[in-house]
Design a protein around this ligand. Structure first.
Ligand SMILES: Nc1nc2c(ncn2[C@@H]2O[C@H](COP(=O)(O)OP(=O)(O)OP(=O)(O)O)[C@@H](O)[C@H]2O)c(=O)[nH]1
Ligand SMILES: [Mg+2]
Length: 319
């Protein structure tokens, strides 16, 4: 077993941190590490937290960490910022939070940015969450700003997705348009200390009446004031209720197995890309690329030809 894998399973913080660095930078040993820790994953509850900029996601995560630690649960946090190339805990705002919990060995916080070229951010976040799971986290909070497709992809990792809204933000309609409402298992109206919380709640209820009137799970709405740590108990109660619903309905297993299958295809395409890039670096397919650059070939035909040669190569003896 890889030394880093061993250290993750022993709950060693530096081992887990090192593994995530390998994942972020596409180091070759990441595959072995991930393969070896996989049998020790699947236990952690994965909670996605998304919402518009400034909604209070980070404050909520910070408050939740405290709440979960009081129950002696080990907590992992993946703060995902699709707009930032920074990684390794360098994201603004997360530094404060990390300092808050720096001395607590039951909290593992990591920021994920867009560094590296392969696989994309959601692929990397998935792997990082798995490291936290194998490391022994009972709960992994995955926080991301909800504006585009990459956030939706990131939320696909979560068992329970929490969408954070705020009064007076005009959030609801926007979130609805962006496809955020569809992925919500639970709504939080944060900043419930500000005027307009009642109005927002009514709006969300009305949307749910339309969109989820025949759904087996109607997302509950919880109010919080994350800066004063209010509403956390109610929030967690609903998370637990959702978890129980997933288990009882069989959705839990279905979701996970469906996603694992998707993941295989994702890894295949990542691997293929890697092979093609390695061969490109070694001088292969240069004629195809040159022809496209010179306007003599279209990209579709060039790609077809590269794929054809790739598969033809597989059948050559000794390869
Ligand atoms: N009044 C009030 N202010 C809050 C509450 N929660 C957060 N805030 C404030 O809202 C601002 C944004 O909070 P963050 O937690 O940074 O929000 P965020 O969603 O993580 O923001 P981004 O990461 O920039 O998208 C900060 O000034 C918080 O102090 C709340 O419950 N009530
Ligand atoms: Mg934030």
């Amino acid at each position: 077993m890889h030394d880093i894998a061993k250290r993750i399973l022993q709950g060693e913080v530096r081992g887990a941190a090192r593994a995530i660095t390998c994942i972020e930078n596409d180091y070759p040993e990441r595959t072995q590490i991930l393969r070896e820790i996989f049998p020790y994953t699947g236990r952690a509850k994965r909670i996605g937290i998304t919402g518009t900029p400034g909604a209070g996601k980070s404050s909520l995560v910070d408050a939740l960490i405290g709440f979960l630690r009081e129950q002696d649960l080990k907590v992992g946090v993946a703060a995902v910022d699709p707009t930032s190339p920074f990684t390794g805990g360098a994201l603004l705002g997360d530094r404060v939070r990390m300092q808050n919990h720096a001395l607590d060995s039951g909290v593992f916080i990591r920021s994920m940015g867009t560094r590296g070229s392969l696989g994309g951010l959601s692929r990397k976040t998935k792997d990082a969450v798995r490291v936290m799971d194998a490391f022994g986290c009972d709960v992994v909070l995955i926080e991301t700003v909800g504006v585009g497709q990459s956030e939706l992809d990131v939320m696909n990792i979560a068992d329970t997705t929490i969408v954070v809204l705020t009064p007076g933000g005009g959030d609801t309609v926007q979130a609805f348009k962006a496809g955020i409402m569809e992925i919500a298992d639970l709504f939080v109206i944060n900043k419930a200390d500000l005027p307009g919380a009642d109005k927002l709640q009514t709006e969300v209820e009305q949307m749910l009446d339309l969109a989820k009137h025949d759904a087996a799970w109607r997302p509950p709405i919880v109010r919080t004031v994350s800066t004063r740590r209010l509403g956390l108990e109610q929030l967690w109660e609903q998370v637990e209720r959702h978890h129980a619903y997933l288990q009882a309905s069989g959705e839990w297993g279905l979701r996970r197995s469906r996603r694992l299958q998707e993941e295989v295809l994702e890894i295949v395409s990542q691997r293929m890309q890697q092979v093609v890039r390695e061969r490109l670096a070694a001088g292969s397919y240069a004629d195809q690329l040159a022809a496209v650059a010179a306007g003599e070939a279209d990209p579709y035909s060039a790609a077809e030809e590269i794929v054809r040669r790739l598969f033809a190569g597989d059948r050559e003896p000794g390869k």
